[in-house]
Ligand binder design. Structure first.
Ligand code: ADP
Length: 487
């Protein structure tokens, strides 16, 4: 096997996905291959992955994992998907669970640190087992953040790792994997890593911070978010270490996978459509209105959609606060998401109070997300922060005009109305009144200016956030890292 770029991730679509990370990992490695790179993916074999569906077969059994808690082993499974080898680390007691990181009733799994420290160490063992030093190990989010740290220290003692570069991508700074210092003592890193500029964070072991501190380069998923996280407001306590690494911190915008998110060929849609023939979009809307039991007269009124985790980040509370006002604007509202039970309860109550006007589906349903993107006219994203955001990119492609806060990747992907090039509506503060006012403007524009609306929809659908541009930026960074290491 030639020297490869290995992506280490806790989610990869279509095998596993709880949000944007899964989508990105499902697309980026294949896009890299199309750009001439050799890539492979390593992720956990969760119990919910159906090996039969994807021809996943066992290839290594009882791989010894130098694992501090106990001398245990991992099994490795493998498949090739879109030309990219995918390796799955199997250890039933860690990954054969209903959910990825937490269960809805009890919260985070108590052994998350142990699970993902094990995963990182098993990935190292697998890479050594494969026998060819990787060109690059590219880790993502806190679950795999220890890989760059281990490799940093292994370089000193093990020639296998001497020239392997490491990159660490932050998909969301708020999820840090913060654990007791006791776990540091057990994870097998040298004591010198335990310091203010290393893995320690207010007396705790912070995995995300560890990756930031030790990777050869750190990236995040949009240029605006890369700037924002250097500030106290968006830094989640890590702005200090990020500022220290500023010269090696880069914002590379995520792409959208248009092979999956394309209204012309989306198999989940009842009617497909294109910029040239939009009739199918109305068909999707009519269909969803009857499926969700909304008033048929909404077929001629704007339909507002929200898809996302029901967490403060996504501003679901900001939306909930103005739903009665929106109903008075004579629009329909469709919501899909799951998360905080408080927000779930409130949206359920709002649905009860405004039957026929508001429909909420609590849960995670891939096909409904596609159908809602197609059926909605306006797409709501009142996020308090947004590292990149993929749903607004999908909305644009589906001719669903986004209404979003001016943060992170939303700023980098939506051209604000008014303006000749506008593709959506932006408001400054994640505040219910600002949001309501902007929705009011968007609804007026939508209803009173059919020509302007059609043009804006056309522009939105022509936006193209392909992975190729991002790939070139990653490849350039990989090259610079390797030049430094090979010197
Ligand atoms: P996140 O911050 O959650 O990663 P993104 O906008 O980057 O947000 O990506 C979210 C991805 O998860 C999109 O593919 C979106 O369609 C999907 N998604 C979010 N919530 C749901 C849900 N309840 N059901 C189906 N898909 C969902």
């Amino acid at each position: 096997m030639a020297q490869r770029i290995f992506f280490a991730t806790s989610e990869v679509y279509p095998f596993s996905k709880s949000g944007g990370l899964g989508d990105v990992m499902g697309a980026l490695p294949a896009a890299m291959q199309n750009n001439g790179q050799q890539t492979a993916v390593i992720s956990p074999l969760y119990g919910r992955i159906s090996t039969g569906n994807f021809r996943i077969r066992p290839t290594v059994s009882d791989l010894p994992v130098g694992y501090p808690w106990a001398p245990i082993t991992a099994n490795v499974y493998e498949t090739v998907h879109h030309g990219v080898p995918h390796f799955f680390i199997d250890r039933g007691e860690y990954f054969d669970r209903r959910h990825y990181y937490n269960d809805p009733v009890h919260g985070d799994y108590f052994d998350n640190a142990e699970r993902f420290i094990f995963f990182c160490r098993a990935a190292l063992a697998l890479l050594e087992h494969l026998g060819v030093p990787p060109y690059m190990v590219h880790a993502h989010d806190w679950q795999t953040a220890l890989l760059p740290v281990y490799i940093h220290f292994l370089r000193r003692s093990n020639p296998f790792w001497a020239n392997t570069g490491t990159m660490f991508t932050i998909h969301n700074l708020a999820f840090q994997g913060r654990f007791s210092s006791r776990l540091f003592a057990a994870c097998g890193l040298p004591q010198e890593a335990w310091n203010f500029n290393g893995v320690e964070f207010f007396g705790d072991f912070n995995l995300l911070k560890s990756g930031i501190a030790y990777a050869d380069a750190v990236t995040t998923v949009s240029p605006s978010y890369a700037r924002e996280i250097l500030t106290e407001k968006f830094g989640c306590g890590l702005d200090g270490i990020l500022r220290q690494r500023e010269l090696n911190l880069h914002g590379i915008l995520n792409g959208a996978d248009y092979a999956i998110w394309n209204p012309e060929a989306d198999p989940y849609l009842p009617c497909q459509y294109s910029e040239q023939d939009m009739s199918g979009k109305q068909g999707c809307k009519d269909n969803l209105i009857s499926e969700l039991g909304l008033d048929p007269e909404l077929k001629d009124r704007p339909l507002l959609g929200f898809i996302g985790r029901m967490r403060g980040q996504k501003g679901i509370d900001i939306l909930n606060a103005i739903i009665p006002d929106l109903v008075r604007m004579d629009v329909g509202i469709v919501v899909l998401g799951e998360g905080n039970p408080i927000h779930e309860t409130i949206i359920r109550e709002l649905m009860e109070a405004h039957r026929g006007r508001v429909a909420a589906v609590i849960g995670y349903t891939e096909d409904l997300a596609h159908r809602m993107q197609a059926a909605s006219d306006l797409f709501l994203m009142p996020s308090r922060y947004e590292p990149c955001g993929l749903t607004q990119m999908y909305a644009l492609r589906y001719g669903t005009l986004p209404i979003a806060t001016a943060v992170g990747g939303l700023r980098d992907t939506i051209i604000p109305w008014p303006g000749d090039n506008s593709t959506g509506f932006i408001f400054t503060e994640p505040d219910p009144l600002d949001f309501l006012k902007t929705i009011g403007q968007a609804v007026q524009f939508w209803t009173r200016n059919p020509v302007g609306r059609r043009e804006m929809i056309r522009r939105a659908m022509r936006q193209s956030f392909t992975w190729d541009k991002s790939c070139r930026e990653y490849i350039d960074l990989y090259r610079k890292i390797r030049l430094r290491l090979d010197q």
